[in-house]
Design a binder for this molecule. Sequence first.
Ligand code: TXA
Ligand code: MG
Length: 356
Amino acid sequence: MMKKTLLFKVDPEDPPLEKIRVAADIIRKGGLVAFPTETVYGLGADALNSDAVLSVFRVKKRPLDNPPIVHVGSMEMVHRLAETVSARAELLMRQFWPGPLTLIFFRSEIVPSATVAGLDTIALRMPDHKVALSLIGESNCPIAAPSANLAGKPSPTTAQHVLDDFQGRIDAVLDAGPTNIGVESTVLDLTVSPPEILRPGGTLFESLKDVLGEVEVNPAAVAERPTTLAKARSPGMKHRHYAPKAELVVVEGDLPAVTNLTRELIKSYRKAGMAVGILATDQTASEYKTGLVKSMGSRDDLRTIAKNLFALLRQFDAEDVDVIVAEGVPPQGLGLAIMNRLRKASGYRIVKAYED
Ligand code: TXA
Ligand code: MG
């Protein structure tokens, strides 16, 4: 069923209360509002309204067993939604909130089962964005919000990305321009000891380690199943995440081995008649003379690379390339989140470049 999607342009630093109130009214009545956070845009619904949350799943075509993050605006909301709040959790919230850190707690009785996909835990975060915080405050309820993209697609970093997926299917979008961080929050499970990173993101592993002393990274979050060069040459993976329509291959290693192997792959795809996109960096972009080359940013500036990543994947789709060859970056700092997204987007089609 199609509906009219309202678009509200708002100043990220000083969001106008009258527009936020219209959006908050929609949330309170069980509607869906997409809004900016510091990471990516979220698709929000009242977290305490099962029907509203279920419509988020439906619109996103998201599997019902994958719960959204619940966004809070105050510590009081945390205490209502979490069963217990440990001293360790208090420390992390003081240090990293508002910000790109999602914490997993055991949940309280008031949380509807749909909101947590039947689990006894809940994912909470306080976003560092005035529009998001103002929307939560005016709605006067916690807001369940997965990233505002169709399941499996790259997350949205602009309101236009949201409209590309959901125009006519959601009630409103608050447009505050491009998001700042560009990859999603870090998901940290506090129900296990030591705490475990389930998804690397905007809050660095290194920063969490500094504060916690001990923190693990779930093996699935850093999984790599490198493929052979022969297989990389004939793409055909299905069931991906963060994925553009085109096949994606990640080339990992040091320069110049990465550029050499990337050139080799471009050549073989072109020979096979494919339109090739290349996700390069400022240091390497001029090395590629054929194909559609886009730079994510400088290798010395992972913040810019993170910020550009999802938008560039969406651009390649708009330009109808058949295959994208993406250069990897070292998996330290924000590089851990960047590589997690790139590897997932590739369906783990990863090739390692070595000096010869
Ligand atoms: O930056 C972000 O986190 C964005 C913005 C909108 O806040 N949101 C976002 O939500 O990325 P979503 O739904 O796309 O990702 C939520 C992640 C998923 O990996 C989900 O499996 C995990 O959080 N998650 C949610 N509830 C959980 C729980 N109870 N236990 C473990 N993981 C959970
Ligand atoms: Mg998502």
